[in-house]
Design a protein around this ligand. Structure first.
Ligand SMILES: [Zn+2]
Length: 118
């Protein structure tokens, strides 16, 4: 199985920040989820620097700032189900549902067992 690339993990502003290597358990769970889902994971956002997080309207305490959060693009209900189910099976307990993406993070400083909407 292909690994997630630096392009997936780096901040989208071009600053080169990549905090994903700090979170091996997150990386492993995300890899497992992708295998279970059987569909490509289009990573819209992973690591964010402070400046980029502000620029895209991220929350002040966004888990993207730590590199333990992803937004996965998904635009139809069947793909959404596959990814959502796989994320939960892989052990993710913090999931956000947007119209065109799913957010998943493993942030130990925030409540587990939550699904929210954007
Ligand atoms: Zn940046």
């Amino acid at each position: 199985m292909n690994r997630f690339t630096e392009t997936d993990q780096n901040c989208n502003c071009g600053c080169g920040l990549n905090l994903a290597p700090r979170h091996p358990r997150f990386l492993q769970a995300l890899t497992t989820a992708r295998e279970l889902a059987g569909v490509p994971f289009v990573i819209n956002s992973w690591t964010r620097c402070e400046r980029h997080n502000k620029a895209v309207g991220g929350e002040e305490a966004s888990s993207h700032l730590k590199g333990c959060a992803v937004d996965i693009g998904c635009k139809d209900s069947a793909t959404r189900w596959k990814i959502l189910h796989a994320l939960m099976m892989a052990g993710f307990s913090r999931i956000g549902i947007g119209k065109t993406f799913l957010h998943a993070d493993m942030d130990g400083e925030k409540p587990a067992g939550v699904v929210w909407l954007y």
